[in-house]
Design a protein around this ligand. Structure first.
Ligand code: GTP
Ligand code: MG
Length: 173
């Protein structure tokens, strides 16, 4: 995942948002360290991880911020969004409520982030097909209406996690 000694041409801040338990921290862990944990603990406050990649002969450091979905553990909202150029808006494909809350997350995001922020809607846990509660069509339609990118991912099986980040980073770059 990149040579740490190389010089960095760009640093891009990305933020993960969505309800508690949708898999934000595991998506990040999969992307930054290629690791996954089934007994992931709820995030308290803010954490971040980075991954350095090369895009078009430039080295890009993605600095990805992760906060608690639970209100009581969340940090100061304005600081979290400050300087962010990309956002991953995550719901759990097996829990309808997490999808129903997406408009609220979007409202918070649009209220605090830069107006040009690149946003991707992510339906995580696509590996749990037999428990699916949100169809891909419904999510896609919502994303199109709101002008968001959209993908379903599985942090567990490492499906589309790379693609989700590269979609956002390519659009920013
Ligand atoms: P908060 O920190 O409370 O906001 O939650 P979070 O969104 O960070 O959720 P987290 O990454 O901690 O994951 C919650 C639970 O879902 C954990 O038990 C994970 O192992 C599980 N999980 C995350 N991603 C996947 C996935 O792609 N598939 C399956 N089957 N489980 C997943
Ligand atoms: Mg978390």
């Amino acid at each position: 995942y990149g040579d740490p000694s190389q010089k960095i041409d760009y640093v891009f801040k990305l933020v993960l948002i969505g309800d508690s338990g949708v898999g934000k921290s595991q998506i990040l862990s999969r992307y930054a360290r290629n690791e996954f944990s089934m007994d992931s603990k709820a995030t308290i406050g803010v954490e971040f991880q980075t991954r350095t990649l090369v895009m078009d002969h430039k080295s890009v450091k993605a600095q990805i911020w992760d906060t608690a979905g639970q209100e009581r553990y969340r940090a100061v909202t304005s600081a979290y969004y400050r300087g962010a150029v990309g956002a991953m808006l995550v719901y759990d494909v097996t829990r309808r409520q997490t999808f129903d809350h997406i408009p609220r997350w979007l409202e918070e995001l649009r209220g605090h982030a830069d107006k040009n922020i690149v946003i991707i809607l992510i339906g995580n846990k696509s590996d749990l097909e037999d428990q699916r509660a949100i169809s891909m069509e419904d999510a896609k339609e919502f994303a199109e209406k709101e002008g968001l990118f959209f993908l379903e991912t599985s942090a567990l099986n490492a499906v589309n996690v790379e693609t989700a980040f590269s979609t956002v980073l390519t659009e920013i770059f």
